[in-house]
Every structure is written in structure tokens, then in C-alpha cells.
Design a protein around this ligand. Structure first.
Ligand code: 13P
Ligand code: SF4
Length: 336
């Protein structure tokens, strides 16, 4: 392949000027000149190839606002993947998200710009672990967080995300199950357990980003920033949820800020999300927590461009396993 020359031309400046203004000073003009040519070329190529870019809320603002066609939390990205008529899906997020898109769109080319973009939760449990849990608790349904691999989903009864976990567990309760197995996030399971009468047997997985937050952090933030509204992701430990003003998935936190426009807010979650919210809510003072997800941060504009040019690396799932995994994901979408 011929090496690409990416210059900051007048055409690039004009095509990306609006995005730069929207980002409200998050990048210096000099830095922008290095990003804009990628944004321009990615947007040109994705039209040419009928590709869609799904960008998670944790993507950096250059990706989120520059090239993302559909942005949101894990649930929204899965719902939109199921509906898209694009030929190619470029998943700007982590591997389990790309697998979920492939499970829902087996005939489409699903590409992740970096195959190493994993997740500590997804890596904490295997299909064999789920089979062992089922053998130990016969008849108890398994709810798995979408932050799991396709083979774990294939052994699961219903998937859930942070935005619908309580709803899914309660739905199983209404079906007559007084106990469910919830994997792999220990804190999500404990936080759901605090909101339902259904008993929850949980796995010991944790998110390496959210497990670091403590109740002491929240108290310290409140001391330093009087009146700050604290929002927490349900992957945080229960002690953090107890101290927070609001808990929700990444998109639910985003919606809360849009709706309530607090003077000052802090998100107990991945740091790029604060930057993205700050760009869309100029009247809200966002305090960053600087917790970065090393997996999410593997995705960059140069890698996205390369993945579009080469149409790879492609996410592939064994078709039989994909059919079984699809049942648990579709059941979640129905219950959502
Ligand atoms: P959301 O579904 O809330 O976007 O969470 C995904 C995730 O990986 C959070 O760490
Ligand atoms: Fe996984 Fe945590 Fe990163 Fe989300 S933030 S992708 S749960 S490691």
C-alpha cells in the first residue's frame, strides 16, 4: 500500500473547523493540525466504504466528536449495531463491544482498530467458569455483564449492561427466580443487590479503573469543590455509590448532566468521558478524575485510519457459538 501523506491543507481546515470549534479549546491549534488530517481522511474513507464508526463514551474527544457516527454506552452501541445498514462496522471501544456487534451482525465486517483493546472484567471469567457455576447452582439463571467474551455469553441466559442490570434481574425475579448468578463484576452485582429482593450469587471480577475509587475520594472532592454533584458508574465499589448523588451507566450520567446542568460535576469513571461532556456542556465545570482505561486508550486516530484502509483486523466468532451468544444478547435487548 502506498504511504499516505497527511497534510493540514486548507481543505482539511475547512472540513474540520466546525469540529474544532465544538471541542471548545480541548486541543491547541498546533495539536489540532496533527489530528485534523486523520479526521478528514477517516471521514472520507468511511463514506467511500459505507462504514459506520461506533464510538464508546470513553473515546478521546478527537475520536468521539471527530469521527464517531454513533456514540454512547454499551447498550446503545449494541442497539445501534443491530440496526445499521453499513457494510463495515469500526468499533472504537474494546474487544467485547466489537464481539457484541459481530454477534448481532454476523454478516457484516466488524473491525476493531486494536485487537489488544481488552477489558479486565472480560478477562476475569471463562466459559468453563460459567459451566462450573451452573453445575454448582442447578436451575439458577446466569446474568452476564456484556463485558464478557462471546463464549461466556454463549453459556449465559441473559446479558445486561450497567444501564439495565437492575431491570434484567427484576424481570427474572418476576419469572419466579428468587436467586440469580451475576458475572463477572463483583461490584455491579453488589450494587444491583442493594436495589432488589432477588438474591445474587456473584463472581469476583473487577474493573481495574473503577475499583480504584473510594468513599474517601468522594469526600475529598466535596471538601475541595463545595456543591459539586458526584456521579458514579455502578462498576465502582458500593461505598462509592453510597456517597454519590447519582449512579448510572456512562450514557445515563451524560443525560443527567445534560438535563440538570449542575454548576460543577465530577464523574467517578473514566476520564475521557469528562472531556466529552465538558465539550457539550460549556456551562458545567467538569472536574476530571484522571482515571484512564488502558484498554480503551489503545484506540487512536492513526489506528482507526489503518483499520479502514486495510479493512482489518476483523473480529471473527465461531458461527455456532455466535448463535448461542446471540440468544442472551437478544434477550437483554428485548427486556431493555
Ligand atoms: P457503559 O455500558 O456504562 O458504557 O460501561 C461500559 C464500560 O466498560 C464501563 O467501564
Ligand atoms: Fe473494562 Fe473497566 Fe476498561 Fe470498562 S473501564 S473497558 S470495564 S477495564
Amino acid at each position: 500500500m502506498q504511504a499516505q501523506k497527511l497534510d493540514y491543507t486548507d481543505e482539511v481546515a475547512e472540513a474540520t473547523g466546525e469540529i474544532y470549534r465544538r471541542l471548545g479549546g480541548q486541543y491547541t491549534p498546533e495539536h489540532w493540525k496533527t489530528l485534523a488530517p486523520y479526521i478528514y481522511e477517516i471521514n472520507r474513507l468511511k463514506k467511500e466504504k459505507n462504514a459506520v464508526i461506533l464510538a464508546h463514551n470513553y473515546m478521546t474527544p478527537d475520536i468521539f466528536y471527530g469521527v464517531g457516527d454513533i456514540t454512547g454506552d454499551s447498550l446503545k452501541l449494541a442497539q445501534e449495531a443491530a440496526k445499521t445498514d453499513a457494510d463495515i462496522i469500526i468499533q472504537c471501544g474494546v474487544h467485547f463491544m466489537a464481539e457484541t456487534s459481530k454477534i448481532l451482525c454476523p454478516d457484516k465486517k466488524v473491525i476493531i482498530p486494536d485487537m489488544e483493546a481488552g477489558c479486565s472484567l472480560a478477562e476475569s471469567i471463562t466459559a468453563e467458569d460459567i459451566r462450573a457455576l451452573k453445575a454448582k447452582h442447578p436451575g439458577v439463571p446466569v446474568v452476564s455483564y456484556v463485558n464478557t467474551s462471546a463464549d461466556v455469553k454463549a453459556e449465559t441466559d441473559v446479558c445486561c449492561t450497567s444501564s439495565n442490570a437492575v431491570k434484567i434481574v427484576e424481570a427474572l425475579g418476576r419469572e419466579g427466580h428468587d436467586t440469580v448468578i451475576m458475572t463477572p463484576d463483583r461490584f455491579l452485582a453488589q450494587n444491583v443487590a442493594a436495589q432488589t429482593n432477588v438474591n445474587i450469587i456473584y463472581w469476583e471480577g473487577v474493573c481495574i479503573v473503577h475499583e480504584r475509587f473510594t468513599a474517601g475520594d468522594v469526600r475529598e472532592i466535596r471538601k475541595q469543590h463545595k456543591g459539586a454533584v458526584v456521579l458514579a458508574h455502578p462498576e465502582c465499589p458500593p461505598e462509592v455509590m453510597e456517597e454519590a448523588d447519582y449512579a448510572g451507566s456512562t450514557s445515563q450520567m451524560d443525560n443527567y448532566i445534560k438535563k440538570h446542568q449542575p454548576e460543577t460535576a465530577v464523574l467517578m469513571t473514566e476520564c475521557s468521558m469528562s472531556d466529552n461532556i465538558a465539550a457539550s456542556n460549556p456551562d458545567v465545570h467538569m472536574i476530571g478524575t484522571c482515571q484512564l482505561c488502558p484498554y480503551m486508550k489503545r484506540i487512536s486516530l492513526p489506528k482507526i485510519l489503518k483499520s479502514l484502509q486495510t479493512e482489518g483486523p476483523e473480529v471473527r466468532i465461531d458461527p455456532d457459538m455466535a448463535i448461542r451468544a446471540r440468544r442472551s444478547v437478544e434477550r437483554m435487548l428485548e427486556l431493555s
